[in-house]
Ligand binder design. Structure first.
Ligand SMILES: Cc1ncc(COP(=O)(O)O)c(C=O)c1O
Length: 134
């Protein structure tokens, strides 16, 4: 990873890590998926961590980048979608072209419990970013 990160840094490029099979793994003491700008993890049953169905996560120390991923996974609807219970029409407006990559609440709950069992835990500072979209 070091040569790749150096190459990207020198050109102002972001590195998106495909860490789908490697959650919990380390590179020179750092958690895989936290080395570049964004780390992607897969939670389907053939991965190192499973959530009981189709699932995955994106992690980053860049909160804005994670928000963008959440928006893209939800038809480009933006933050107001999550606050639009009183006015559903508002929540249907789009800021960008997006996709339907939402993970169910049940599978997300299972994944969040599984994350606690990773080395260093999740969202406790240090090894893992607290900005995680499941
Ligand atoms: C390294 C890697 N990235 C991505 C994927 C795709 O993951 P999914 O099956 O959740 O689409 C796989 C699948 O095995 C993989 O091994």
């Amino acid at each position: 990873m070091d040569p790749l990160l150096a190459l990207a840094r020198g050109r102002g490029l972001a590195v998106v890590e495909d860490a789908c099979q490697a959650i919990g793994g380390r590179y020179k003491g750092r958690s895989v998926g936290t080395l570049g700008h964004l780390g992607c993890y897969g939670f389907i049953r053939n991965k190192a961590m499973a959530c009981g169905g189709e699932g995955g996560a994106v992690a980053s120390f860049d909160e804005a980048a994670v928000r963008r991923v959440i928006d893209l996974a939800n038809h480009g609807r933006g933050e107001r979608y999550h606050r639009a219970h009183a006015n559903p029409d508002l929540g249907m407006a789009r800021d960008a072209v997006g996709f339907n990559y939402r993970q169910s609440e049940i599978l997300s709950a299972i994944a969040r419990v599984q994350l606690r069992h990773l080395p260093g835990g999740s969202g406790r500072g240090g090894a893992w970013p607290t900005n995680t979209a499941t």
